[in-house]
Design a binder for this molecule. Sequence first.
Ligand code: G6P
Ligand code: MG
Length: 220
Amino acid sequence: MWAVVFDLDGVLVDTAKLHAEAWRRLAGELGISLSEEFLRSLRGLNRMDSLDRILEWGGRTEVGPAERERLAERKNRWYVESLEHLTPRDVLPGVVELLDGLAFYRVPVAVASSSKNARLVLERTGLAKRFSVVVDGNAVLRAKPDPTIFLEAFRRLGVFPQDGVVVEDAASGVEAARRAGARVVGVGRPEELPGADLVVSDLRELTVARLKALVDSAAP
Ligand code: G6P
Ligand code: MG
């Protein structure tokens, strides 16, 4: 049996830009300006790791733990507010077709996301009913690029990671998936996703057959 594990933000749903907007707003209040490239490098990292990177980048390493908690909560409030406008129209191109194909062939699928808001995003976009296995930032303490989140998703699916494919838009997620021993499809720009076995611009380029071929190409 083989399986597919999907990242959520920026792979299934167009929420990566909402995270980026909220971080940019918070950084702006701290007098730190963030480039698009820097914001993309935050993808996949959990909330606190992202904030730590921003403060380091902005030379604000003196900010203490209690203030960091407050800042992270502030960013999260804005992000959750922006989710109020989320609908099934925010599901990214090709996602529904690919999930339909995988369901037709009874290929098990899971979501593995660093976000503590993953369930809310899945509910609001109507994707929740398609996934019996969801491993999110509430379930796993060690964040990507640590492989734990993907190992846990494959464990719950009852499939060896070596027999699986992960679909990821973040460099940290590609690294985590490789360390878990799975094949990886990167979504985005090849130069920003080193280590991916295949890179596509969006899920319209993926088919069940293409994913299966990737699993079959894995070294025995
Ligand atoms: C995802 C996103 C990150 C986000 C992280 C934590 O991995 O790609 O940009 O920081 O989840 O999300 P949360 O909703 O828990 O703050
Ligand atoms: Mg992502």
